[in-house]
Design a binder for this molecule. Structure first.
Ligand code: ADP
Ligand code: MG
Length: 334
């Protein structure tokens, strides 16, 4: 029974190819209704137990609205305006103020492994246009502008200022999760009692029934259509950061988009990190942070955080989890 569902999930994965995680319900259920839209540079799918096209549209519209605010690909987005105005403060929407506050909190919590001021480094590596290896001096120059102490959030004035010209915010490691949290709020406001939001492999589940569990497939770091295994989770989010998501290979070396803010180089040691958390923003940001922190420090942090679990795959292919996932993670032979 479980096996056939796994095979089904694999089939779905190989058919669509895009999804890092296949979703399927642990318990047998009735018919499911899935809606999808291309947003945030990926395919966002929302699944319901009933025909809920209006709720789906409202959630997709909310994602599109927030994407336009947070993107750094457009010069007129709020984030781009903050970056361009540095060191002057810029008035921001409540969502940008909140996301910046959460990003600063995760930065502090992870000792800067997650750092929303990686903007100058991200620009140097230029992954979005194929990527290139920056020179050492370029990296050193960019690193001088990195650090979350450079962000000034004034919640009374509702402004964000960066300490000096050249400092640049990039919320790419947290915005997707934050936006999914907001989309789920829209669904709840509309009375939805059960939904799955899959944003390119980062999956959020919601059920009014607190006892309900979902089985989530975790992508194999080397096989786009293969699963490493599955975990069983309750309402909440599962996010994965991997070195296979965005990368280029030069002289046999893989350079990927999760950067170590201390060196400016792609973080080494792990292949992928999956984080389980009640909130999508936290799962998203912690997956990035733990990737940078490495196996021991990363798992230690997840272990001590209430409601957070993590699973890491190291370069040797070893799988390690926090105690909350022991016996919950089921490896899958494929
Ligand atoms: P994806 O969006 O593909 O799921 P992640 O959630 O891991 O990937 O986020 C990676 C993105 O986060 C990068 O493209 C970059 O914009 C940003 N980023 C890279 N390194 C860091 C870091 N150390 N801290 C915060 N953000 C980062
Ligand atoms: Mg992430």
């Amino acid at each position: 029974m479980k096996r056939s569902r796994l095979i089904y999930a694999l089939l779905v994965l190989s058919v669509f190819g895009l999804l890092a995680i296949g979703i399927f319900r642990a318990q047998h259920g009735g018919e499911l209704y899935t809606y999808s839209r291309i947003l945030m540079g990926t395919v966002v799918e929302i699944t319901f137990r009933e025909d809920a096209s209006e709720a789906a549209s409202a959630a997709f519209d909310e994602i599109a609205r927030l994407e336009a605010i947070f993107t750094t690909y457009r010069k007129d987005s709020e984030l781009s305006r903050i970056n361009a105005a540095a060191p002057e403060p810029v008035r921001v929407s409540p969502e940008v103020a909140e996301a910046v506050e959460l990003a600063i909190r995760v930065c502090e919590l992870t000792d800067g492994a997650f750092d929303p001021t990686v903007g100058p480094l991200v620009r140097l590596w230029n992954f979005s246009e194929g990527g290139r290896v920056p020179r050492k001096e370029e990296l050193e120059q960019a690193l001088a502008f990195v650090g979350c102490h450079n962000i000034r959030l004034d919640k009374d004035a509702m402004t964000v200022a960066l300490s000096r010209k050249g400092v640049s915010l990039d919320l790419g490691g947290i915005a997707k999760g934050y936006i999914v949290d907001k989309a789920l709020e829209v669904l709840k406001e509309r009375g939805i009692e059960w939904a799955i939001i899959n944003a390119g492999g980062d999956v959020t589940f919601y059920s009014v029934d607190p006892s309900e569990r979902f089985r989530v497939g975790i992508r194999h770091p080397d096989r786009a259509d293969g699963l490493l295994g599955t975990i069983l989770v309750g309402s909440g989010s599962v996010a994965t950061s991997g070195d296979y998501e965005r990368y280029f290979i030069k002289d046999g070396v893989r350079y990927h988009h999760i950067l170590d803010p201390r060196t400016g180089m792609p973080a080494r040691g792990l292949r992928s990190v999956t984080v389980v958390s009640k909130e999508a923003y936290l799962a998203d940001a912690l997956a990035t942070a733990i990737f940078v922190m490495g196996k021991d420090k990363g798992l230690e942090l997840a272990e001590k955080m209430e409601g957070v679990d993590a699973l890491v795959v190291d370069e040797a292919g070893g799988v390690y989890t926090t105690s909350g996932l022991e016996g919950v993670f089921e490896p899958f032979e494929n």
